[in-house]
Design a protein around this ligand. Sequence first.
Ligand code: CP
Length: 303
Amino acid sequence: MEHFIESQQLTPEIIFDIFSRADEFRKDKIYDPILRGKVLATLFYEPSTRTRLSFETAMLRLGGSVVTTENAREFSSAVKGETLQDSIRVVSNYADCIVMRHYEEGMAKIASEISKVPVINAGDGKGQHPTQALLDLYTIWKETGRLTNLKIAIVGDLASGRTARSLCYLLGKFPGNEIIFLSPEHLKMKQDIKEYLSRHGVSYREEKNLDEVLPNVDIVYMTRIQKERITLDEYNSARGKYTINQNNFNLLNKNARILHPLPKIDEIVLPLETEEKDDRVAYFRQAENGLYIRMALLVHLMM
Ligand code: CP
């Protein structure tokens, strides 16, 4: 892989190669400085906590350096009217890899067509967030021991949620998986993903009642209603429709897992004790896995 722009690029072989390296980083917690002398540029035109900080930590842990614009929309020359193309042309002369998040779908692909160094899509509007999907898949694998024959409920704003879209592409690469979509009526999963799943023989269906689904799934992948991508009316009519709380949490099978790409707002409301002690809550382990996966990905693309 030269650039990592969309989940479909990954093959099971590449996925397990990255997973195996991530396993080593996860186990050792002491890292050889194998990226010493390399520079990572993080260009974020949208806010981020996990993605930007885990990429930057990954680079530093491996001995590399980081240059960054944490709010490129406001503090880069984009504010003076510079095109993304020109910015990438310039930054790709400074850095050995560019991690980019943009508010418009398709911009990571455009950047990759211009850049002289690998570009990693850290989220492009309503498009994709493939490194999140990779760490989601890794978490599913670590938590359940498999990537096949899983029943997965994907819940929330599926029309704007790029993590859910990217994850569907990856789930489609492994046989026997069954996806159940639950979303407010106006925020359903788009047709392109449904067609991809059909083409790849992945069984999916749409359901309305979360409590009826919870006892029968291995994974519940909760997502946030993306307030910044929809109208206030759309947001108000979606908010609170699908939530996990202590009552319906107890409907889950004892081996099931709740994942969430985070940040979570009010779609998961569980007591601290449950979040800390119940193994079914996997979303903070998932966020930690992001570090190991991103370390493995940087090595994969830069060495
Ligand atoms: N999951 C995720 O992309 O989180 P951030 O927006 O904090 O990077």
